[in-house]
Ligand binder design. Structure first.
Ligand SMILES: Nc1ncnc2c1ncn2[C@@H]1O[C@H](COP(=O)(O)OP(=O)(O)OP(=O)(O)O)[C@@H](O)[C@H]1O
Length: 314
């Protein structure tokens, strides 16, 4: 098995007629941290719900851990840890008792080793010091970590996390991200949805980009970013003249940072022509202190794909 999730033509049309997921072909490689990226309403949650057997697809097929779903859900689900739409917790129970409850609900879990499993899961997410506290006293980040602990009570081939850092403060986000990295380092494939580009860039090895129910692209994060063309950046005190000359040379999307002494833009053609641009600037009396193509980010790739900006900061 080389892929943990594979879908072909997976489609969901809700009763009201809304086409939420449109012929999705998704390939999630074993061992990846796979970012499922898209703005709100692009079909991420609907896809995850189909993969986990919570709703039926209208058309198409899906395999999870090599087995067809929903047909083989009974054998697949025990091998998948999922955190979807926030963990369901009892506020009046401690973190430890919440986990014990989860473990009790799992018919495959051996009661004799329950306490050890719960202790290990609490330790895994760094909640041992707060294990005896009532869950209602937990911060959002702690609740999310407790949810992850519940997903980690058993060894899993796949972790599915729907917007795992949604609503968390920067510290909480960092904690969840480093936990995801640790889990991945242990060999667990992690599939996480997010509407935050920088999050995907920070933790994911692979990504897929959704918009309006359709898959725009998927692949290794480094390749997705590399596919976008970089921006031309000129460092100069003569920003006004530089901007004017660059526009004359066919550079589009020129933006001027006068205070920072920088002009950036999208070059019209191949990089080979750029030395001519530099010469033209110098001949035009522009004092060029720096000149080059800046590496494209995943955000650049996204903007190029969709023609629209993205909610980068959250
Ligand atoms: N139960 C439902 N009935 C009808 N339409 C729905 C239902 N659930 C979602 N939709 C619609 O399907 C589309 C995709 O929604 P979905 O929740 O899958 O997107 P998403 O990318 O996960 O966004 P979000 O991050 O906001 O959850 C949206 O237009 C949404 O309004």
């Amino acid at each position: 098995m080389t892929t943990v999730i594979e879908t072909h033509g997976l489609t969901k049309r809700y009763r009201g007629g809304q086409l939420a997921v449109d012929r999705l072909d998704l390939t999630v490689p074993v061992g990846s941290v796979f970012g499922f990226l898209g703005p709100n309403g692009s079909g991420k949650t609907t896809t995850i719900r189909m993969l986990m057997g919570l709703i039926e697809p209208t058309a198409g097929s899906a395999r999870v851990l090599g087995e067809p779903v929903p047909r083989a859900l009974r054998t697949v689900l025990p091998r998948v840890g999922a955190l979807i739409e926030g963990p369901a917790l009892y506020g009046f129970l401690s973190g430890r008792d919440n986990l014990t409850r989860y473990d009790c609900a799992d018919p495959t879990a051996d009661p004799r080793t329950r306490a050890a499993r719960v202790t290990a899961a609490l330790d895994r997410v760094g909640l041992t010091p707060a294990a005896g506290k009532k869950a209602k006293a937990y911060s959002l980040g702690m609740k999310q970590r407790l949810g992850l602990a519940a997903a980690l009570l058993q060894p899993r081939g796949l972790l599915v996390l729907d917007e795992p850092t949604n609503g968390l403060d920067p510290q909480g986000m960092r904690e969840i991200r480093s936990l995801i990295r640790e889990l991945a380092a242990d060999g667990t494939t992690v599939f996480l949805s997010s509407h935050l580009l920088d999050e995907i860039e920070q933790v994911c090895t692979h990504a897929a980009v959704m918009a309006q129910g359709r898959l725009l692209t998927q692949g290794p994060v480094a390749e997705l970013a590399a596919r976008a063309r970089g921006r031309l950046a000129v460092v100069t005190p003569d920003t006004g003249d530089a901007a004017r000359l660059l526009k004359e040379l066919g550079v589009t999307g020129v933006s001027v940072d006068a205070a920072g002494g920088r002009v950036t833009g999208d070059p019209p053609g191949e990089e080979a022509e750029l030395s001519g641009f530099n010469a033209a600037l110098v001949n035009g009396g522009v004092r060029v202190r720096g000149f080059g193509i800046e590496r494209a980010s995943l955000e650049d790739a996204f903007v190029e794909l969709t023609g629209e900006g993205f909610d980068v900061a959250g």
